[in-house]
Each structure stands twice: as C-alpha cells, then as structure tokens.
Design a protein around this ligand. Structure first.
Ligand SMILES: [Zn+2]
Length: 312
C-alpha cells in the first residue's frame, strides 16, 4: 500500500508507521471496508470535489460503492478469454463452451452484485481522526455546527437580498448546506422544520412578515414527503407562512429513480429512499439554482446539472 504522505510503498496495517516520513496508518485493508489510508483519502478527495465542498458519510458511501461496482462491460472480454482457453484445450467445441461459461459466470457475477451495507464506513472516519489525520471538509454525523450563534452569521445573505427560505427535514442538512455557503449563493436562509438553529428563526419570521414575496421551499431526503413537512410547519406555527408561496423541491423517490449516477448504491432496493446528502453539493446547488430561478421542478434542475438520464 502507498503511504498517503510520501507515496512510499509500505505493508500497511493499523498502527504501522511509514519508515520514511513517520505517517501512522489508521486503517487496515483486511477489515471489511477493504480500504487503506491512501484509498480512503482518495475517496474523501472525490467527495469534497477536490477539497472545495463539505461532505458527509452519505456521499462518501456513494463514491465507495462506485469504486466497487463490477462493470457490466467485462463479460464479452471474459467470453473471449474463456473461448481462447477452451479452443486451445479442446478445439472449436471447447472454445464455444469456454466462451459461454466464462461470459455467463462474469455476467451473473455482475448482475448479482449487491452494494455493501451503509454501515460499512461507520467508524472509519473516527479511526482516521484518532490516528491524528484530519479529514478536510468532512462533516461527522451530528455536528450541530450552528448552535454557536456567531457561525451562521458569516453565511447569512444581507437581509435585503433574501429572496427564499429553504426548510429542510434534518438539522444535519442545515450544517451541510450552510457550511457550503448555500445561503449566500442562492440568497436564501436555510433552517430545519424543527427550528434549527433557533436564533435564526426570529430573523426568518421578521423577513417573512416584512416581505410577502419571499417564497418558502421545502427540501428533504427522499424518505420524507414535502406534504408532511408542510403540515408539521403549519401545525408548529414556527413561521408566519400565511400569504407566502410554497414550493416543493423534493427529493422524491421518483426523482431518485432517474439518477443513473446513484446506480452503484442500487437505490431501487430501498424504494429509492436516499438521504439528500448522497448527492454531491455542486450538483445539488446547480439543480436548486435552476429549479428556484426558473420555477421548474427539481428534477429538471438535476437534468440541467447532468445528473439525470439513462443510457440503457
Ligand atoms: Zn510515508
């Protein structure tokens, strides 16, 4: 395995120290995740879009599965190889049988492949952290970054610029979207339907009272429904929503069905229920921008971001 710090080839295992640079390996590739430190840092580099965006374990899992999904294109190659071996050993009939057997085996293997359980990466990030390796832009499961009042302020658009309020279904989504500076990029305030972070709620209430033109957008995992959030929002009376236009942004399971980039995690096995942060931030941001500014469904926004469509 390669040392992620100096690129020296080392027999890596947990606790092993690189003889050249002193890097302490945190992961053992013989564990069920099969990742070395080098593999893991490469995955998190992908998930952070080259270090530009904050990400969670949900996106890390998508990239992890993408690397593991066997490619369907292998079966003709296997057929050729099996055919050649069979022909050499037993002549024409052997060639045909060898080709069929090898292609069949590989084809069956790729068809019956299942993604590893979501929990496969649990603890991996902690192991890296406890070995002293910081993961730039990684958001651990429950961060609640913005309980500290000073922090959201840096990300708030100017009051006069606020055009939208985005209500999400999980506090973790607030952390993810705000750390990535979505409020300023979209002139929106992001809060959770339970009122996280609570010091932002009065700011939102004041703006909603002041300007009826501000639209309220509901955004959530494809396990939640916009209808449910809207009802909870109305019941809680947290926001003065009367007179404001509501927009359902999703994510809905039927939209996820169109996202071929998520094939590696096989969302169909889970009725297309996925966490919103399985989608790379840059893709979601582009989709939201299109959807909000052109008043089109989020799926159209995803199409504009090149995240929707099927080749087969
Ligand atoms: Zn090294």
């Amino acid at each position: 395995m390669q040392c992620p710090k100096c690129s020296k080839r080392v027999r890596a295992a947990e606790g092993v120290v690189c003889p050249d640079c002193g890097y302490v390996f945190a992961l053992d590739p013989r564990d069920p995740h099969g990742l070395s430190d080098f593999d893991f840092l490469r995955l998190s580099h992908q998930a952070s879009f080259g270090g530009r965006h904050h990400f969670t374990q949900n996106l890390l899992y998508v990239y992890y599965c993408m690397e593991r999904v066997p490619t369907h294109a292998m079966w003709p190659l296997a057929g050729l190889l099996g055919g050649a071996i069979g022909y050499h050993a037993l002549g024409v009939r052997g060639g045909v049988m060898g080709a069929a057997a090898a292609a069949g085996l590989v084809y069956h293997g790729t068809k019956s492949w299942r993604p590893p359980a979501r929990t496969v990466l649990d603890g991996v990030c902690d192991q890296m952290a406890s070995a002293g390796h910081r993961l730039p832009r990684f958001i651990p499961r429950a961060l609640f970054e913005f309980r500290d009042e000073e922090k959201y302020v840096e990300h708030l658009p100017r009051a006069i610029d606020v055009d939208h309020v985005i209500v999400v279904d999980r506090p973790e989504l607030v952390d993810w979207l705000v750390l990535n500076d979505l409020p300023r990029r979209l002139n929106a305030i992001v809060i959770s339907h339970t009122g996280y972070p609570n010091y932002v709620v009065p700011i939102v209430c004041e703006l909603l009272d002041l300007r009826k033109s501000i639209g309220i957008y509901l955004l959530h995992d494809s396990t939640e429904s916009s209808m449910a959030i809207r009802k909870q929002l109305a019941d809680s009376r947290m926001l003065p929503t009367t007179g404001h236009r509501f927009f359902n942004l999703g994510l809905e399971p039927k939209q996820v069905a169109f996202m071929k980039q998520l094939d590696a995690i096989q969302p169909s096995r889970n009725h297309f229920r996925i966490p919103l942060d399985s989608i790379p931030f840059n893709v979601l941001e582009r989709a939201l921008y299109t959807s909000i500014n052109r008043a089109v469904p989020l799926l159209t926004g995803f199409a504009a971001a090149g995240w929707v469509g099927r080749d087969d």
